[in-house]
Write a protein that binds this ligand. Sequence first.
Ligand SMILES: Cc1ncc(COP(=O)(O)O)c(C=O)c1O
Length: 385
Amino acid sequence: MTARTPEVQTKLPAVGTTIFTVMSALAVEKNAVNLGQGFPDFGCDPKLLQAVTDAMAAGHNQYPPMPGILPLRQAIASKIATLYGHSYDPQTEITITAGATQAIITAILAVVRPGDEVIVLEPCYDSYVPNIDLAGGKVVRVPLTPGTFRPDFDKIAAALTPRTRAIIINTPHNPSATVWTEAEMQRLEELLAPTDVLVISDEVYEHMVYTGARHESAARFPGLAARTFIVSSFGKTYHVTGWKVGYVAAPAPLTAEFRKVHQFNVFTVNTPMQHALASFMADPAPYLELPAFYQRKRDLFAEGLAKTRLKLLPSGGTYFQCVDISEVSDLNEADFCQWLTSEIGVAAIPLSAFYGDGFDQRVVRFCFAKKDETLHNALERLARL
Ligand SMILES: Cc1ncc(COP(=O)(O)O)c(C=O)c1O
């Protein structure tokens, strides 16, 4: 008898090897400084590591409750209430997830039915569209304004139909590093008020907002909070992206539906990390000091880039810096990034990777969540441009 693997018709025909994988492999091959990948090359606070060790030694190694341990949910509710002025019930409105990625797909699977429309604002994080596809939803792409990346509310309004089930927003925004203003959040609140459209608000960079601006969480706006799954990630805030722990805050009826899916796609999230994060959150300093920590790195990197012919776009939040390449090269974004990695020795990500149609506006993204020495090393190489 011959063993034969049955043929599988792919559920995600448009998904292949991403530019992130390609660029990372090329960066290794060419020994380039990797400013493409969106994660830190430095460690987290040793106190956080110790707290994990302590939690394991104390025997916190079995399944935690399905929505996450209560002290962590309480710490999150209290942080949101203090920073954004909205009270979530930790029992019924906060769920710990395996990073923001699982939170987003779980929210989508919980509320999007086949044929429902979901609005995404392009450029956008790469998991949103495949998540909607897996739910059988219809992706409705609305571009952010080219050049400024501001939301275009006329275009968003025009995209709303009776079939619109949800809109996904992301502030501070990956990849453009823009931050939504209070007025923009209010516009969204007003626009959605007469509708039953839900919001998935990806706020993983909530603690990285610069020059004194504040993060406009959907939690600040009652009309949005009532219809929104707010998603965040400890990976970004505490420099532990590999731990994959995040959370969702949403009104009780939305959380109830979220948990129905959550309990069958992950059931729950690793126990010792949850205990460690709960005790570490008692001190707000690490997240309150994050803007100053990253703003210094942003400015250090920007100062070096200003000496090149790359044109800096504003970086108001996140740990990304976008640059316009048009004075340096005639190549398209993807080819430029390959060239930059191979010939200059610095990896970056083309913005076209964040558009369904590969829209090319001659802009690439660098990540500055790196040790100072890594940034200096990259700048020395980029000085040739
Ligand atoms: C906008 C955005 N959303 C979600 C994620 C995923 O976060 P996590 O690692 O917690 O799954 C990322 C990570 O890069 C991101 O940039």
